[in-house]
Design a protein around this ligand. Sequence first.
Ligand SMILES: Nc1ncnc2c1ncn2[C@@H]1O[C@H](COP(=O)(O)OP(=O)(O)O)[C@@H](O)[C@H]1O
Ligand SMILES: O=P(O)(O)OC[C@H](O)CO
Length: 495
Amino acid sequence: MAKKYIIAFDQGTTSTRTILFDEHAKVVAISQKELTQHHPESGWVEHDPMEIFRDQQATFREVLKTSGISIEAITGIGITNQRETTVVWNKKTGEPIYNAIVWLDNRTHEICDRLKKKGLQTYIAENTGLVIDSYFSGTKLAWILDHVKGAREKAEKGELLFGTIDSWLIYKFTKGKQHVTDHTNASRTLLYNIKELQWDGRILDVLKIPKGMLPLVQTSSSYFGDVDIDGHRIPILGVAGDQQAALFGQGGFTPGIAKNTYGTGCFMLLNTGTEAVSSKNGLLTTIACSLPDTEIQYALEGSIFIGGASIQWLRDNLLLIKNASETESICEETQELKDLYVVPAFAGLGAPYWDSEAKGAMYGLTLDTGKNEIIKATVEALALQTKDVLNAMQQDCNKKVQQLQVDGGASANNYLMQFQADMLNVPVERPKMLEVTALGAAFLAGLHAGVWELSELNKSREIERLFQPIMDNLVREEKYKGWLTAIERTKSNHE
Ligand SMILES: Nc1ncnc2c1ncn2[C@@H]1O[C@H](COP(=O)(O)OP(=O)(O)O)[C@@H](O)[C@H]1O
Ligand SMILES: O=P(O)(O)OC[C@H](O)CO
């Protein structure tokens, strides 16, 4: 019998990748391209949507070339993407009218303040599961309509379309035939009612967004159209935002499973089943995934804006390291400085604080502080921020998370993972295969294609290492107490 392959497009904040999986969910080939980051003003982050599309095509072709697998052997494609990042394009020409405004961009904090002044916090929390913050797509879309000449009139005439990166890629790959998204991506826009499962008329009115520019929302594992490339057509059968895809790839389709992905940011998601748990502690309620003929599953999410990006900052701005992986041995060899903290609020503070105007800070500098101490405190900040969100999650659910499953680029760092287990006082489990985001998208597509059954998906999962907490309780408590003080001092409204 002919072998079946599934392709995953993984379009992340810093890179665009295509990964080819075989029917045993093993990686056969990967191709990756770095994505250019544009910072036209302080706090602004943009991507070129055409570069994203070109890179996705190029990595797809490259994977086919290096693997030697013929395009006919590809059963389906799954797409996973950086979420919230907003693209507006011309329906007829397929040309973007502005660069993609990236999730990290906080130019819309004034629009957010206006929404807060209108008293919309409770309505938005109850209906979208989100908080009012420039992180989400809604205010980014409103900004484009307000600032690009003629955009609002064109949008009202039905000439413009909006999408997150999944919608954009599908539109381009299907040559303009499909304008669609899935439930997980829709749930990150601030415009989608996660209980009624439809675009929210009241929020669209407040932001003056014409409903006609929004994509059709589909089940994450369903038919989204055909990729039309080099004279071939391959069906897109799965779509999910990257953090939900990672949860799915980690086997998080059962309630109670929590994962944390250490990429550009850090994103912890806990599957809460068919119950949309509202947070009282600064977390988000989001759609975990949607499968055909199954009730929607929800998750609680703690979104940390700066995770691995702070390691890139050490490398590219401070020139303290040459590559990210060096940080592991530096941390192992450097003595702990008790009161030294780096709070990487470079894009404000996300969960559970939601302070878009906070700026990064370093505390506790003395004459003993050298570059290695700063590196170590920066690495440790990933784990300390994660503790903030895990605490919030445990309070919201009123139960202890038993174990944390990890993935993402920075989860390769053994020092960080051990420190994480120590800080949380919870075992940290790292799978052998760290490409779980792409795997989640491949699973969604493979399920729809009939390559796999839901009950089989966990069979391919292998654990590479379990980090058990070993830190003394007093040491842990002292370290965390110091961190909370550093956070208080970093908040934009501190005394
Ligand atoms: N060994 C390491 N230690 C610490 N951080 C690392 C390590 N390896 C990679 N990183 C960080 O992980 C991030 C890349 O992870 P990845 O999952 O590819 O991110 P994304 O999907 O957000 O583009 C980068 O920000 C990088 O600095
Ligand atoms: O591209 P990543 O992996 O940093 O993920 C970005 C998130 O989806 C933002 O919400």
